[in-house]
Design a binder for this molecule. Sequence first.
Ligand code: HEM
Length: 192
Amino acid sequence: MSLRNSREHWGAVSQAFHWLIVLLILVLAIVGLTMGELPRTPKYFWVYTAHKSLGITVLALMLARLGWRLYAGAPAPVAGTPGWQAAIANLTHWLLYALVLAMPLSGWLYDSASGLRPFRYFGQFDMPKLAGPNEWLADLARDAHGLLFWVLVAAVAAHAGAAFYHHLFQRDDTLVRMLPRRSTRPRPGPES
Ligand code: HEM
């Protein structure tokens, strides 16, 4: 499999970014939604710092992914896809990019404006602050962080739902071409 994207396939770099970011967002969502319930032991702060550090990792990966996407391009829509479907898919992809960037940025802004001590990225170095202490901004960023997450959930549901629909009902390569496999489905012949 090629590292670069071709007209038909996502290459290994785009696939690695895609599935790694999916996995990290899943972990961040589970930790983010449950960490507020933890008892206030030292572990509590450790979990918050892990959530913040992992979130910053997603931000860095997303910026690298975006750079790669602009450099390597994207495969053409699967043959036979109506123009309106390709346009909606394209719009959804850019919405997902924007949301996955906005999630860590809003979390980082919330952390910054809360006036807490700078958090140490995986215990290695202090993260810079995006803003000084500001209660109004901290509330706004926290609300945005929580709200954007549910917009992200809706966009991911539409995106993954469309991929499974194509795979199961249209029986085309939409999903398969984001998976590390050598061969793709044979195209239906004129008799089928
Ligand atoms: C893609 C990246 C991220 C995802 C998917 C994510 C996801 C979440 C989710 C689902 C929640 C629970 C929201 C709620 O209960 O309303 C949460 C809470 C939180 N996140 Fe993130 N997060 C990300 C990045 C970050 C970053 C980078 C930081 C800080 C540097 C951060 C700091 C926080 C904090 C402090 C909370 C608790 C908010 C509260 O007290 O209500 N997050 N996150």
